[in-house]
Design a protein around this ligand. Structure first.
Ligand code: PEP
Ligand code: MN
Length: 340
């Protein structure tokens, strides 16, 4: 349910509603949002309990409406269709901002990753990416440097001043990773690892949640709810799904962006690298993401992708990064979005 207050509702009137909800034995999840003109209070849980509270009779309350979707906190209804905008270490994401997240797939060696970070920053990236815990299909494949990579993530940030996103693959080292990065990524393979979603929500850091490779958008948004219970700053990432088509690594439907804009307040970024699997396709897909209204992209780039141990064919050469970034930003500007 959402309780929509009149624009002129007083703090006292809002407090009365919040208290009545909090006192309910139904153990409701209560979330208040102060919009530009009015306050909305979401109460999630046993909605029959909310029904019986006769909240509409309280002063200051305009109306009480059910949230019609299976996902609740992620739903646009909770924010009265206002997009969420976050500021992460000075970088804005959502609304009129276009966030270009860039960096190597994986920290393969310290110096290369730091050099990649500096070239991305000079080329106009708004945030950096680099994996240290890698979810690999083969147990024999390079799994990333693990905790040895912490110092690299720290130096990438120190040398550029940009926030860093990196993936968490299990509860082990969760707190340690949260100490060294600004955004924690949950990869496609863990989108339905609900216990991990609960853990990551409690680390006090924004989360970038990737869509599962065989998950519906409803499932994606319900997964986001697991994090949103404790962490309001969730960024969705579409990275393509499995279909009968195998020519590209995954199948990317850019229509997902306008669909999600209609149904969720959360920012949405596109990952053109994992979606296509081929650096020759990445620039066009990135421009399409910007032109369709995505709030950003997360793209893989490294100095020498031809020698990379992980995802080489899809990583851009950092020497091409600035030109790439300028073109993507140019497309984002067509929709009134500026570099964040
Ligand atoms: C990644 O971004 O490094 C990654 C492994 O992506 P995905 O989870 O989308 O496959
Ligand atoms: Mn990768």
């Amino acid at each position: 349910m959402v309780i929509i207050m009149f624009p002129e509702a007083t703090e006292e009137e809002i407090a009365v509603v919040e208290k009545r909800l909090a006192d309910s034995p139904a153990n409701l999840h209560i979330q208040r949002t102060d919009g530009e003109t009015l306050t909305i209070i979401a109460a999630i849980g046993d909605t029959s309990a909310v029904d019986s509270m006769r909240l509409e009779s309280l002063s200051g309350v305009d109306r009480v409406v059910p949230i019609s979707k299976p996902y609740k906190l992620a739903s646009n209804e909770v924010k009265h269709h206002e997009p969420s905008v976050y500021e992460i270490e000075g970088t804005k994401i959502g609304g009129n901002h276009f966030c270009l997240i860039a960096g190597p797939c994986t920290v393969e060696d310290h110096d290369t990753a730091v050099r990649d970070a500096m070239i991305c920053a000079e080329g106009g990236a708004s945030m950096l990416r680099a994996g240290i815990f890698k979810p690999r299909t083969s147990t024999f494949a390079f799994q990333g440097p693990g905790t040895d990579g912490f110092r690299t993530l720290v130096e990438m940030k120190e040398r550029t001043g940009l926030p860093v996103v990196s993936e968490l693959t299990s509860s082990q080292y969760a707190e340690e990773l949260a100490e060294v990065v600004d955004v924690i990524q949950i990869g496609a393979r863990n989108m339905q690892n609900y216990k991990l979603l609960e853990i990551v929500g409690k680390l006090g850091k924004p989360v970038l949640l990737k869509r599962g490779l065989a998950s519906t958008l409803d499932e994606f948004l319900q997964a986001a709810d697991y994090i949103l219970k404790n962490q309001e700053e969730v960024i969705l990432c579409e990275r393509g799904i499995r279909t009968f088509e195998t020519a590209t690594r995954f199948t990317l439907d850019v229509g997902v962006v306008p669909y999600l804009k209609l149904h969720t307040h959360l920012p949405i970024v596109i990952d053109p690298s994992h979606a296509s699997g081929d650096r020759k396709i990445v620039p066009a897909v990135s421009r399409a993401a910007a032109a369709v209204g995505a709030d950003g992209i997360i793209v893989e780039t490294t100095e020498n992708p031809e020698n990379a141990k992980c995802d080489g064919p899809q990583q851009l050469f950092t020497s091409d990064f600035k030109e790439f970034a300028d073109e993507v930003y140019g497309h984002a500007e067509l929709l009134g979005k500026n570099p964040s």
